[in-house]
Design a protein around this ligand. Structure first.
Ligand code: NAD
Length: 503
Protein backbone atom coordinates (compact mmCIF):
# COMPACT_ATOMS: atom_id res chain seq x y z
CA UNK A 1 0.00 0.00 0.00
CA UNK A 2 1.36 3.48 -0.83
CA UNK A 3 2.10 5.97 1.94
CA UNK A 4 -0.83 8.03 0.73
CA UNK A 5 -3.27 5.14 0.94
CA UNK A 6 -2.01 4.21 4.40
CA UNK A 7 -2.52 7.80 5.52
CA UNK A 8 -6.02 7.97 4.04
CA UNK A 9 -6.91 4.80 5.92
CA UNK A 10 -5.61 6.21 9.20
CA UNK A 11 -7.45 9.47 8.59
CA UNK A 12 -10.73 7.57 8.29
CA UNK A 13 -10.13 6.20 11.79
CA UNK A 14 -9.41 9.65 13.21
CA UNK A 15 -12.46 11.23 11.59
CA UNK A 16 -15.02 8.56 12.47
CA UNK A 17 -16.09 10.12 15.73
CA UNK A 18 -16.60 13.52 14.09
CA UNK A 19 -18.63 11.93 11.32
CA UNK A 20 -20.78 10.21 13.92
CA UNK A 21 -21.17 13.03 16.43
CA UNK A 22 -20.09 16.22 14.66
CA UNK A 23 -17.88 18.94 16.10
CA UNK A 24 -19.53 20.26 19.27
CA UNK A 25 -18.95 23.41 21.27
CA UNK A 26 -17.40 23.16 24.74
CA UNK A 27 -18.87 25.37 27.45
CA UNK A 28 -18.03 25.12 31.14
CA UNK A 29 -16.41 21.70 30.62
CA UNK A 30 -19.36 20.21 28.70
CA UNK A 31 -19.56 19.20 25.05
CA UNK A 32 -22.75 20.82 23.78
CA UNK A 33 -24.55 21.49 20.50
CA UNK A 34 -25.50 25.07 19.63
CA UNK A 35 -28.43 26.24 21.78
CA UNK A 36 -30.56 26.87 18.70
CA UNK A 37 -29.65 23.40 17.41
CA UNK A 38 -28.12 24.89 14.26
CA UNK A 39 -25.20 23.25 12.46
CA UNK A 40 -23.04 23.89 9.42
CA UNK A 41 -20.92 21.60 7.26
CA UNK A 42 -17.18 21.46 6.99
CA UNK A 43 -15.99 19.97 3.70
CA UNK A 44 -12.59 18.84 2.51
CA UNK A 45 -10.93 21.02 -0.13
CA UNK A 46 -9.43 17.85 -1.63
CA UNK A 47 -12.72 16.71 -3.22
CA UNK A 48 -15.38 18.90 -1.60
CA UNK A 49 -16.68 15.86 0.32
CA UNK A 50 -18.49 16.35 3.62
CA UNK A 51 -16.23 15.91 6.66
CA UNK A 52 -18.85 16.43 9.33
CA UNK A 53 -21.47 18.73 10.82
CA UNK A 54 -20.34 21.49 13.17
CA UNK A 55 -22.30 23.25 15.92
CA UNK A 56 -23.25 26.68 14.63
CA UNK A 57 -23.02 28.88 17.71
CA UNK A 58 -24.60 32.31 17.96
CA UNK A 59 -24.94 35.09 20.50
CA UNK A 60 -26.59 32.92 23.17
CA UNK A 61 -23.81 30.31 22.96
CA UNK A 62 -21.19 33.05 23.21
CA UNK A 63 -23.04 34.46 26.22
CA UNK A 64 -22.99 31.07 27.95
CA UNK A 65 -19.30 30.61 27.13
CA UNK A 66 -18.39 34.10 28.34
CA UNK A 67 -20.28 33.49 31.60
CA UNK A 68 -18.44 30.17 32.06
CA UNK A 69 -15.12 31.92 31.41
CA UNK A 70 -16.04 34.67 33.89
CA UNK A 71 -16.99 32.15 36.56
CA UNK A 72 -13.79 30.15 36.07
CA UNK A 73 -11.56 33.23 36.08
CA UNK A 74 -10.92 33.89 39.81
CA UNK A 75 -9.82 30.32 40.53
CA UNK A 76 -7.60 30.13 37.44
CA UNK A 77 -6.12 33.56 38.18
CA UNK A 78 -5.26 32.38 41.69
CA UNK A 79 -4.08 28.91 40.66
CA UNK A 80 -0.40 28.64 41.69
CA UNK A 81 1.68 29.59 38.68
CA UNK A 82 3.95 26.58 39.22
CA UNK A 83 0.86 24.34 38.92
CA UNK A 84 -0.32 26.24 35.85
CA UNK A 85 3.07 25.55 34.33
CA UNK A 86 2.59 21.80 34.92
CA UNK A 87 -0.87 21.77 33.31
CA UNK A 88 0.44 23.59 30.23
CA UNK A 89 3.35 21.15 29.90
CA UNK A 90 0.90 18.26 30.13
CA UNK A 91 -1.09 19.83 27.27
CA UNK A 92 2.14 19.97 25.24
CA UNK A 93 2.89 16.31 26.04
CA UNK A 94 -0.53 15.24 24.80
CA UNK A 95 -0.25 17.32 21.64
CA UNK A 96 2.96 15.44 20.86
CA UNK A 97 1.26 12.09 21.58
CA UNK A 98 -1.58 12.98 19.18
CA UNK A 99 0.52 14.88 16.64
CA UNK A 100 -0.28 12.50 13.81
CA UNK A 101 -4.04 12.69 14.37
CA UNK A 102 -3.85 16.49 14.55
CA UNK A 103 -1.74 16.74 11.40
CA UNK A 104 -3.93 14.35 9.39
CA UNK A 105 -7.17 16.08 10.37
CA UNK A 106 -5.64 19.49 9.67
CA UNK A 107 -4.51 18.38 6.20
CA UNK A 108 -7.95 17.06 5.32
CA UNK A 109 -9.83 20.06 6.73
CA UNK A 110 -7.54 22.78 5.32
CA UNK A 111 -5.74 21.24 2.32
CA UNK A 112 -2.32 22.02 3.78
CA UNK A 113 0.39 19.48 2.94
CA UNK A 114 1.43 16.91 5.55
CA UNK A 115 5.12 17.82 5.27
CA UNK A 116 4.25 21.19 6.84
CA UNK A 117 1.31 20.20 9.07
CA UNK A 118 3.26 17.50 10.91
CA UNK A 119 5.70 20.24 11.96
CA UNK A 120 2.86 22.65 12.78
CA UNK A 121 1.42 20.20 15.33
CA UNK A 122 4.81 19.93 17.04
CA UNK A 123 5.22 23.70 16.95
CA UNK A 124 1.89 23.93 18.73
CA UNK A 125 3.34 21.85 21.55
CA UNK A 126 6.41 24.09 21.65
CA UNK A 127 4.20 27.15 22.03
CA UNK A 128 2.65 25.60 25.14
CA UNK A 129 6.06 24.69 26.59
CA UNK A 130 7.47 28.13 25.92
CA UNK A 131 4.68 29.95 27.77
CA UNK A 132 4.42 27.24 30.46
CA UNK A 133 8.02 27.94 31.42
CA UNK A 134 7.36 31.67 31.59
CA UNK A 135 4.14 31.41 33.63
CA UNK A 136 5.81 31.59 37.07
CA UNK A 137 7.48 34.91 36.20
CA UNK A 138 4.52 36.47 34.37
CA UNK A 139 3.53 38.62 37.36
CA UNK A 140 7.02 39.86 38.16
CA UNK A 141 7.40 43.61 38.24
CA UNK A 142 9.80 46.32 39.22
CA UNK A 143 10.72 48.15 42.41
CA UNK A 144 10.80 51.88 41.69
CA UNK A 145 11.50 53.54 45.06
CA UNK A 146 10.98 57.27 45.47
CA UNK A 147 12.10 59.35 48.46
CA UNK A 148 8.86 58.71 50.33
CA UNK A 149 7.40 55.55 48.83
CA UNK A 150 8.41 52.08 47.86
CA UNK A 151 6.70 51.81 44.47
CA UNK A 152 6.30 48.33 43.08
CA UNK A 153 4.71 47.10 39.91
CA UNK A 154 3.09 43.78 39.26
CA UNK A 155 0.98 42.33 36.48
CA UNK A 156 -2.41 40.70 36.82
CA UNK A 157 -4.35 38.78 34.14
CA UNK A 158 -6.88 41.02 32.39
CA UNK A 159 -9.81 38.57 32.76
CA UNK A 160 -11.73 36.36 30.33
CA UNK A 161 -10.51 36.94 26.78
CA UNK A 162 -11.80 36.10 23.31
CA UNK A 163 -9.53 34.44 20.75
CA UNK A 164 -10.60 34.48 17.09
CA UNK A 165 -8.47 32.52 14.63
CA UNK A 166 -8.29 32.03 10.83
CA UNK A 167 -8.16 28.88 8.72
CA UNK A 168 -4.69 28.91 7.24
CA UNK A 169 -2.79 26.99 9.95
CA UNK A 170 -5.59 26.83 12.51
CA UNK A 171 -4.06 24.44 15.03
CA UNK A 172 -0.71 26.18 15.35
CA UNK A 173 -2.24 29.66 15.42
CA UNK A 174 -4.73 28.64 18.12
CA UNK A 175 -1.92 27.39 20.38
CA UNK A 176 0.05 30.53 19.74
CA UNK A 177 -2.76 32.77 20.99
CA UNK A 178 -4.27 30.54 23.69
CA UNK A 179 -1.10 29.25 25.41
CA UNK A 180 0.05 32.70 26.59
CA UNK A 181 -3.49 33.64 27.64
CA UNK A 182 -3.69 30.58 29.90
CA UNK A 183 -0.12 31.06 31.16
CA UNK A 184 -0.99 34.63 32.14
CA UNK A 185 -4.00 33.41 34.13
CA UNK A 186 -6.76 34.47 31.73
CA UNK A 187 -9.72 32.29 30.83
CA UNK A 188 -10.63 31.93 27.18
CA UNK A 189 -13.51 31.76 24.73
CA UNK A 190 -12.19 30.54 21.39
CA UNK A 191 -14.03 31.07 18.10
CA UNK A 192 -12.15 29.14 15.40
CA UNK A 193 -12.56 29.75 11.67
CA UNK A 194 -15.66 28.18 10.17
CA UNK A 195 -13.67 26.67 7.27
CA UNK A 196 -11.42 24.56 9.56
CA UNK A 197 -13.06 23.66 12.89
CA UNK A 198 -11.80 20.10 13.48
CA UNK A 199 -8.41 20.52 15.15
CA UNK A 200 -9.60 23.32 17.46
CA UNK A 201 -11.94 20.75 18.99
CA UNK A 202 -9.11 18.20 19.40
CA UNK A 203 -6.91 20.85 21.01
CA UNK A 204 -9.57 21.85 23.51
CA UNK A 205 -10.21 18.24 24.47
CA UNK A 206 -6.50 17.67 24.99
CA UNK A 207 -6.41 20.67 27.35
CA UNK A 208 -9.20 19.37 29.58
CA UNK A 209 -7.78 15.83 29.55
CA UNK A 210 -4.49 17.37 30.69
CA UNK A 211 -6.22 18.80 33.76
CA UNK A 212 -7.31 22.26 32.70
CA UNK A 213 -10.29 23.10 34.94
CA UNK A 214 -13.75 23.26 33.34
CA UNK A 215 -14.67 26.71 32.02
CA UNK A 216 -11.10 27.95 31.71
CA UNK A 217 -11.17 27.26 27.97
CA UNK A 218 -14.48 27.39 26.11
CA UNK A 219 -14.99 26.72 22.45
CA UNK A 220 -17.79 28.16 20.34
CA UNK A 221 -17.89 27.33 16.63
CA UNK A 222 -19.81 29.47 14.21
CA UNK A 223 -19.59 32.21 11.64
CA UNK A 224 -17.76 35.47 12.04
CA UNK A 225 -20.81 37.66 11.59
CA UNK A 226 -22.76 36.02 14.40
CA UNK A 227 -20.60 34.05 16.91
CA UNK A 228 -17.47 36.11 16.16
CA UNK A 229 -19.30 39.42 16.36
CA UNK A 230 -21.09 38.48 19.59
CA UNK A 231 -17.76 37.58 21.19
CA UNK A 232 -16.23 40.94 20.32
CA UNK A 233 -19.26 42.74 21.77
CA UNK A 234 -19.64 40.75 24.98
CA UNK A 235 -19.18 42.88 28.12
CA UNK A 236 -17.55 40.06 30.14
CA UNK A 237 -14.81 39.60 27.56
CA UNK A 238 -12.01 42.02 28.34
CA UNK A 239 -9.79 41.63 25.28
CA UNK A 240 -9.85 40.14 21.80
CA UNK A 241 -6.82 38.45 20.27
CA UNK A 242 -7.57 38.23 16.57
CA UNK A 243 -5.73 36.73 13.62
CA UNK A 244 -7.29 37.25 10.20
CA UNK A 245 -7.89 39.74 7.45
CA UNK A 246 -7.23 43.45 7.85
CA UNK A 247 -10.81 44.39 6.98
CA UNK A 248 -12.13 41.99 9.65
CA UNK A 249 -9.74 43.59 12.16
CA UNK A 250 -11.24 46.96 11.40
CA UNK A 251 -14.79 45.56 11.89
CA UNK A 252 -13.76 44.05 15.22
CA UNK A 253 -12.35 47.35 16.39
CA UNK A 254 -15.74 48.98 15.71
CA UNK A 255 -17.70 46.12 17.27
CA UNK A 256 -15.55 46.23 20.40
CA UNK A 257 -15.74 50.00 20.85
CA UNK A 258 -18.83 50.10 23.08
CA UNK A 259 -17.27 47.72 25.60
CA UNK A 260 -13.81 49.31 25.26
CA UNK A 261 -12.13 46.09 24.21
CA UNK A 262 -8.39 45.80 24.25
CA UNK A 263 -7.45 44.36 20.87
CA UNK A 264 -4.47 42.58 19.43
CA UNK A 265 -4.53 42.18 15.65
CA UNK A 266 -2.40 39.98 13.43
CA UNK A 267 -3.62 40.81 9.95
CA UNK A 268 -2.75 40.51 6.30
CA UNK A 269 0.47 41.08 4.41
CA UNK A 270 1.93 41.76 0.97
CA UNK A 271 5.48 41.11 1.98
CA UNK A 272 8.47 41.96 -0.21
CA UNK A 273 11.51 39.76 -0.75
CA UNK A 274 14.18 42.12 -2.07
CA UNK A 275 17.04 40.51 -3.98
CA UNK A 276 20.09 42.67 -4.75
CA UNK A 277 22.62 41.55 -7.35
CA UNK A 278 25.37 41.05 -4.75
CA UNK A 279 23.34 38.42 -2.85
CA UNK A 280 23.91 34.67 -2.65
CA UNK A 281 21.41 34.07 -5.42
CA UNK A 282 21.01 30.32 -4.93
CA UNK A 283 20.04 30.78 -1.31
CA UNK A 284 17.83 33.76 -2.18
CA UNK A 285 16.04 31.61 -4.76
CA UNK A 286 15.44 28.76 -2.29
CA UNK A 287 14.11 31.16 0.34
CA UNK A 288 11.92 33.17 -2.04
CA UNK A 289 10.33 29.95 -3.34
CA UNK A 290 9.86 28.50 0.12
CA UNK A 291 8.28 31.63 1.55
CA UNK A 292 5.55 31.90 -1.10
CA UNK A 293 4.86 28.32 -2.17
CA UNK A 294 4.99 26.54 1.21
CA UNK A 295 1.68 26.29 3.12
CA UNK A 296 -0.11 26.75 -0.24
CA UNK A 297 0.90 30.40 -0.07
CA UNK A 298 -1.87 30.76 2.53
CA UNK A 299 0.57 32.34 4.88
CA UNK A 300 0.46 35.84 6.33
CA UNK A 301 4.27 36.11 6.26
CA UNK A 302 4.58 34.85 2.67
CA UNK A 303 6.98 36.71 0.38
CA UNK A 304 4.33 37.45 -2.21
CA UNK A 305 6.20 40.31 -3.92
CA UNK A 306 9.63 39.64 -5.40
CA UNK A 307 11.62 42.84 -5.93
CA UNK A 308 14.61 41.83 -8.02
CA UNK A 309 17.49 44.01 -9.26
CA UNK A 310 17.33 44.42 -13.03
CA UNK A 311 20.97 43.29 -13.53
CA UNK A 312 20.11 39.74 -12.39
CA UNK A 313 16.37 39.67 -13.07
CA UNK A 314 16.41 37.63 -16.32
CA UNK A 315 18.53 34.89 -14.82
CA UNK A 316 16.70 34.87 -11.48
CA UNK A 317 13.23 34.75 -13.05
CA UNK A 318 14.29 31.98 -15.48
CA UNK A 319 15.45 29.83 -12.56
CA UNK A 320 12.26 30.64 -10.70
CA UNK A 321 10.08 29.47 -13.59
CA UNK A 322 11.94 26.17 -13.78
CA UNK A 323 11.61 25.50 -10.05
CA UNK A 324 7.98 26.69 -9.79
CA UNK A 325 6.95 24.36 -12.61
CA UNK A 326 8.59 21.53 -10.68
CA UNK A 327 6.66 22.02 -7.45
CA UNK A 328 4.56 18.96 -6.67
CA UNK A 329 0.85 19.70 -6.36
CA UNK A 330 -1.08 16.80 -4.87
CA UNK A 331 -3.07 15.18 -2.12
CA UNK A 332 -2.23 16.85 1.20
CA UNK A 333 -1.72 13.48 2.90
CA UNK A 334 0.85 12.37 0.36
CA UNK A 335 4.23 12.94 2.06
CA UNK A 336 5.71 14.00 -1.29
CA UNK A 337 3.16 16.78 -1.87
CA UNK A 338 4.45 20.34 -1.69
CA UNK A 339 1.19 22.18 -2.47
CA UNK A 340 -2.29 20.94 -1.59
CA UNK A 341 -5.69 22.40 -2.48
CA UNK A 342 -6.79 25.87 -1.36
CA UNK A 343 -9.08 25.93 1.65
CA UNK A 344 -12.49 26.48 0.03
CA UNK A 345 -14.25 27.28 -3.22
CA UNK A 346 -14.70 30.93 -2.27
CA UNK A 347 -10.97 31.28 -1.67
CA UNK A 348 -10.15 29.28 -4.83
CA UNK A 349 -12.38 31.68 -6.81
CA UNK A 350 -10.60 34.66 -5.26
CA UNK A 351 -7.09 33.33 -5.98
CA UNK A 352 -7.87 32.22 -9.54
CA UNK A 353 -9.54 35.56 -10.32
CA UNK A 354 -6.07 37.14 -10.06
CA UNK A 355 -4.92 35.14 -13.09
CA UNK A 356 -7.13 37.30 -15.30
CA UNK A 357 -6.47 40.40 -13.24
CA UNK A 358 -2.74 39.89 -13.93
CA UNK A 359 -3.25 39.43 -17.68
CA UNK A 360 -5.65 42.37 -17.93
CA UNK A 361 -3.22 44.54 -15.95
CA UNK A 362 -0.45 43.79 -18.47
CA UNK A 363 1.68 41.32 -16.50
CA UNK A 364 2.97 38.02 -17.88
CA UNK A 365 1.85 34.70 -16.44
CA UNK A 366 5.30 33.06 -16.49
CA UNK A 367 4.24 29.89 -14.63
CA UNK A 368 0.95 28.37 -13.53
CA UNK A 369 -2.07 30.63 -13.86
CA UNK A 370 -4.55 27.77 -14.00
CA UNK A 371 -6.31 25.26 -11.80
CA UNK A 372 -4.78 21.81 -11.33
CA UNK A 373 -7.04 18.76 -11.80
CA UNK A 374 -10.82 18.71 -12.16
CA UNK A 375 -11.92 18.13 -8.58
CA UNK A 376 -11.04 19.98 -5.42
CA UNK A 377 -9.55 23.43 -5.10
CA UNK A 378 -6.07 22.82 -6.52
CA UNK A 379 -4.19 25.52 -8.41
CA UNK A 380 -0.82 25.44 -10.16
CA UNK A 381 1.87 27.45 -8.39
CA UNK A 382 1.91 30.74 -10.23
CA UNK A 383 4.48 33.38 -11.09
CA UNK A 384 3.67 36.78 -12.58
CA UNK A 385 6.53 38.67 -14.21
CA UNK A 386 6.71 42.03 -15.93
CA UNK A 387 4.62 43.52 -13.14
CA UNK A 388 4.66 47.05 -11.80
CA UNK A 389 3.96 48.03 -8.24
CA UNK A 390 0.70 49.81 -8.99
CA UNK A 391 -0.96 46.66 -10.38
CA UNK A 392 -3.53 44.91 -8.21
CA UNK A 393 -1.37 41.75 -8.18
CA UNK A 394 1.35 43.85 -6.50
CA UNK A 395 -0.90 45.57 -3.98
CA UNK A 396 -3.56 43.08 -2.86
CA UNK A 397 -3.12 40.07 -0.61
CA UNK A 398 -3.88 37.07 -2.85
CA UNK A 399 -3.12 34.50 -0.11
CA UNK A 400 -2.31 31.65 -2.48
CA UNK A 401 0.76 30.16 -4.18
CA UNK A 402 1.16 33.22 -6.37
CA UNK A 403 4.29 35.36 -6.66
CA UNK A 404 4.50 38.75 -8.37
CA UNK A 405 7.94 39.73 -9.66
CA UNK A 406 8.83 43.41 -10.03
CA UNK A 407 12.19 44.75 -11.18
CA UNK A 408 14.15 47.66 -9.69
CA UNK A 409 17.34 49.50 -10.60
CA UNK A 410 18.62 51.15 -7.44
CA UNK A 411 18.49 50.68 -3.69
CA UNK A 412 16.35 53.82 -3.36
CA UNK A 413 13.85 52.50 -5.85
CA UNK A 414 13.73 49.11 -4.10
CA UNK A 415 12.95 50.80 -0.81
CA UNK A 416 10.25 52.97 -2.34
CA UNK A 417 8.58 49.94 -3.97
CA UNK A 418 8.90 47.82 -0.84
CA UNK A 419 7.13 50.44 1.28
CA UNK A 420 4.48 51.45 -1.28
CA UNK A 421 1.77 49.04 -0.05
CA UNK A 422 -0.81 49.35 2.70
CA UNK A 423 0.65 46.36 4.59
CA UNK A 424 3.80 46.01 6.69
CA UNK A 425 4.12 42.56 8.18
CA UNK A 426 7.46 41.10 7.05
CA UNK A 427 10.32 41.88 4.69
CA UNK A 428 13.15 39.67 3.42
CA UNK A 429 16.35 41.38 2.27
CA UNK A 430 19.04 39.59 0.28
CA UNK A 431 22.38 41.40 0.03
CA UNK A 432 25.95 40.80 1.09
CA UNK A 433 26.57 44.51 1.57
CA UNK A 434 26.39 45.02 5.32
CA UNK A 435 25.93 48.79 5.28
CA UNK A 436 23.17 48.49 2.71
CA UNK A 437 21.44 45.87 4.88
CA UNK A 438 21.63 48.22 7.86
CA UNK A 439 20.37 51.22 5.89
CA UNK A 440 17.62 49.28 4.19
CA UNK A 441 16.23 47.46 7.22
CA UNK A 442 16.20 50.75 9.15
CA UNK A 443 13.80 52.25 6.60
CA UNK A 444 11.79 49.21 5.56
CA UNK A 445 8.23 49.49 6.91
CA UNK A 446 7.67 46.05 8.43
CA UNK A 447 7.25 44.56 11.88
CA UNK A 448 9.63 41.68 11.12
CA UNK A 449 12.60 41.60 8.78
CA UNK A 450 15.00 38.81 7.90
CA UNK A 451 18.31 39.47 6.16
CA UNK A 452 19.69 36.62 4.03
CA UNK A 453 17.14 34.26 5.53
CA UNK A 454 13.66 32.96 5.16
CA UNK A 455 11.24 33.45 8.07
CA UNK A 456 12.70 31.53 10.99
CA UNK A 457 10.47 31.94 14.02
CA UNK A 458 12.19 32.29 17.39
CA UNK A 459 9.55 32.43 20.14
CA UNK A 460 11.25 35.03 22.37
CA UNK A 461 11.20 37.58 19.50
CA UNK A 462 8.27 39.94 18.80
CA UNK A 463 5.85 38.81 16.08
CA UNK A 464 3.50 41.30 14.47
CA UNK A 465 3.06 43.93 11.81
CA UNK A 466 2.82 47.65 11.18
CA UNK A 467 0.37 49.63 9.00
CA UNK A 468 -2.60 47.47 7.91
CA UNK A 469 -0.80 44.31 9.07
CA UNK A 470 -1.64 44.59 12.71
CA UNK A 471 -1.57 46.10 16.15
CA UNK A 472 0.47 44.60 18.97
CA UNK A 473 3.07 41.88 19.21
CA UNK A 474 3.13 38.22 20.16
CA UNK A 475 6.01 36.19 21.50
CA UNK A 476 8.36 36.58 24.45
CA UNK A 477 6.97 38.86 27.09
CA UNK A 478 4.89 40.81 24.56
CA UNK A 479 2.12 38.22 24.73
CA UNK A 480 1.86 38.72 28.48
CA UNK A 481 1.75 42.50 28.03
CA UNK A 482 -1.43 42.02 26.04
CA UNK A 483 -3.14 39.49 28.31
CA UNK A 484 -2.20 41.27 31.57
CA UNK A 485 -2.72 44.60 33.26
CA UNK A 486 0.12 46.51 34.86
CA UNK A 487 -0.54 47.49 38.43
CA UNK A 488 1.37 50.02 40.51
CA UNK A 489 1.34 49.93 44.31
CA UNK A 490 3.03 52.62 46.43
CA UNK A 491 3.91 51.85 50.08
CA UNK A 492 4.72 54.85 52.24
CA UNK A 493 8.11 54.26 53.84
CA UNK A 494 7.63 56.91 56.56
CA UNK A 495 5.50 59.82 57.53
CA UNK A 496 5.90 62.15 54.55
CA UNK A 497 3.99 65.43 54.61
CA UNK A 498 0.46 65.01 53.25
CA UNK A 499 -1.03 68.29 51.95
CA UNK A 500 -3.68 69.35 54.46
CA UNK A 501 -6.82 70.99 53.10
CA UNK A 502 -9.42 72.53 55.37
CA UNK A 503 -7.14 72.04 58.35
P1 NAD B 1 -11.01 36.33 8.26
O1 NAD B 1 -10.70 37.69 8.76
O2 NAD B 1 -12.01 36.18 7.19
O3 NAD B 1 -11.52 35.37 9.44
C1 NAD B 1 -10.73 35.18 10.60
C2 NAD B 1 -11.68 34.87 11.75
O4 NAD B 1 -12.47 36.01 12.03
C3 NAD B 1 -12.63 33.72 11.49
O5 NAD B 1 -12.74 32.95 12.67
C4 NAD B 1 -13.94 34.44 11.19
O6 NAD B 1 -15.08 33.68 11.50
C5 NAD B 1 -13.83 35.62 12.13
N1 NAD B 1 -14.67 36.79 11.75
C6 NAD B 1 -15.07 37.16 10.52
N2 NAD B 1 -15.84 38.26 10.61
C7 NAD B 1 -15.92 38.60 11.91
C8 NAD B 1 -16.56 39.65 12.63
N3 NAD B 1 -17.28 40.59 12.03
N4 NAD B 1 -16.40 39.69 13.98
C9 NAD B 1 -15.66 38.76 14.62
N5 NAD B 1 -15.05 37.73 13.99
C10 NAD B 1 -15.16 37.66 12.64
O7 NAD B 1 -9.60 35.71 7.83
P2 NAD B 1 -9.33 34.30 7.15
O8 NAD B 1 -9.75 34.42 5.72
O9 NAD B 1 -9.88 33.24 8.01
O10 NAD B 1 -7.74 34.22 7.24
C11 NAD B 1 -6.86 34.73 6.28
C12 NAD B 1 -6.30 36.07 6.73
O11 NAD B 1 -5.62 35.92 7.98
C13 NAD B 1 -5.27 36.63 5.78
O12 NAD B 1 -5.51 37.99 5.59
C14 NAD B 1 -3.96 36.43 6.51
O13 NAD B 1 -2.91 37.30 6.15
C15 NAD B 1 -4.37 36.60 7.92
N6 NAD B 1 -3.41 35.99 8.83
C16 NAD B 1 -2.58 36.82 9.55
C17 NAD B 1 -1.61 36.28 10.38
C18 NAD B 1 -0.67 37.17 11.15
O14 NAD B 1 -0.03 36.69 12.06
N7 NAD B 1 -0.55 38.44 10.81
C19 NAD B 1 -1.51 34.90 10.52
C20 NAD B 1 -2.37 34.09 9.78
C21 NAD B 1 -3.33 34.66 8.95
Amino acid sequence: MSDLNKNIEKLAGYLKRFQDGGVLNQIGGKAVPAKAGATFETRSPVDDSLICQVARGGAEDIDAAAKAAKEAFPAWRDFAATERKKVLHRIADRIVERAEEIAFCECWDTGQALRFMSKAAIRGAENFRFFADRAPAARDGQALPSPTLLNVTTRVPIGPVGVITPWNTPFMLSTWKIAPALAAGCTVVHKPAEFSPVTARILMEIAEEAGLPAGVWNLVNGFGEDAGKALTEHPDIKAIAFVGESKTGSMIMKQGADTLKRVHFELGGKNPVIVFDDADLDRALDAAIFMIYSLNGERCTSSSRLLVQDTIADEFEAKLVERVNNIRVGHPLDPKTEIGPLIHKTHFDKVTSYFDIAREGGATVAAGGERAGDTGWFVRPTLFTGASNDMRIAQEEIFGPVLTSIRFKTEEEALELANAVEYGLTGYVWTNDLSRALRFTGKLEAGMIWVNSENVRHLPTPFGGVKASGIGRDGGDWSFEFYMEQKHIGFATGQHAIPRLGA
